[in-house]
Ligand binder design. Sequence first.
Ligand code: SF4
Ligand code: SF4
Length: 464
Amino acid sequence: MHAKFLNTKGLAKYIEDYSEAVSLELKKGIQINIEKLIHKTFNTPPIVIFGADICGRLLARHLKLQNIHIACFVDNNLNKCIDDLEGLPVIHTGNLTSFPLESVFLVASTYIHDIFHQLLDLGFFRVLPTSKILQELPQEKLNELPAIQGGIHGRGNFKQDFVPYVVSNMITSQEKYLSDDLVFIRSIDLIITEKCSLKCKDCANLMQYYEKPVDISTNELIEDVKDIVSVVDEINEIRIIGGEPLVNRNFATIISQILPIKKINKVCVYTNGTVVPSDKQMELLKSSKIFFFITNYGILSRQKEKLLAQLKKYNINHNLQDAYGWTECGTIGQRHRNTKDNEYIFTNCCAKNFLSMTDGNLYRCPFSANIVRLNGMPDELSQSDGYNFRGLNNASHQEKIDARIKLKHFLYEKKTLNACDFCAGRTYGDKEIKPGIQTKKPLVYETYAPSLNTKNEKKRVTVS
Ligand code: SF4
Ligand code: SF4
């Protein structure tokens, strides 16, 4: 497995050496196992960009200028495999079995760990990170993409702020993921409230089930952030979410206490465009570390224009994007699948690395975090899905070392979650549904009694 970082020059040399080796073998009359169809369609070796999105597009444009021929894009998401991108076909990973094992994969995704393993399992061995190549891109290249918006992000335009944000995330994630010594976390969703100003019946964060939603105590949140930070080397972003995070009246205070933490690179606020922070709150948010993501639910996002104006006034990076890509993944209910099927659901889930933290636990996805908060599965199942980090800030050196080992296992070794059996799954390319349909009343689901211990641990505090 090649995991070395190559800049464009290094990549060109790598391809040249490989092509030479192939032609030498051919001269010796050795039959190379390359399917005729692929051989005809692609150069040898086919060079493929894994990730049909912003970074992939930038990479394809850049390599074209260097006369490096790219055969196609590859992506896990079927919905991205419909139209050509940058003049190249987008092939679904389900069709990778017809590719020669010698293919070179340039990974243009933050999920490099998963993609490396996915390709390795399929027998491919020429897999390269692309952070060094993307680092070469001049600023004006990053500014080019909004001019061609449409296509992959056409269902929700993105602002100029968004492209450098995505590229820097990918560069950081790739470089840090591939370091064995570091405990690097790409992002953590910090649930600061169960309340939401909307009640979407298909909310993937399960807000539609909360009967008496509460805010989480500011002290508890800050202590939890300090605890998790004490056992990691870096967290690229903390995402402030809810429900609707701006409904928590202390949201700006919470963020202002997270911003100075050096190990956290960015703080992103995910909001639905219904609430505008006051000037006093905005003063606390003035930082280049902050990024606001506004999801546009059309007329439901009734304050989005005012919110945009407020963000511009305080010079805060932001992006407004239409709600899109929703699937039926917000229904709680036990499916009684066997282990193999639950492993399949987990492996193919697009949300399995959307780490979420609540109640002193880290969970692999928002569904898993919220089903536990909602007591939506038996207590013994809930307990083994999370990684408990509460109190680690004050733990001994040895306890922290042990906690880091456990955390790495939690991040990289899980094959499935107990929550997966209660979830419809979020498989790449699932049929999409209309986003943002509202329900007047909370939805009904089966609840399980928490044990006495967990009940005490989970004590929630309403602060507003
Ligand atoms: S706006 Fe809708 S999808 Fe977003 S948190 Fe609220 S209920 Fe969930
Ligand atoms: S399938 Fe599993 S990992 Fe994916 S969202 Fe559901 S519970 Fe989370």
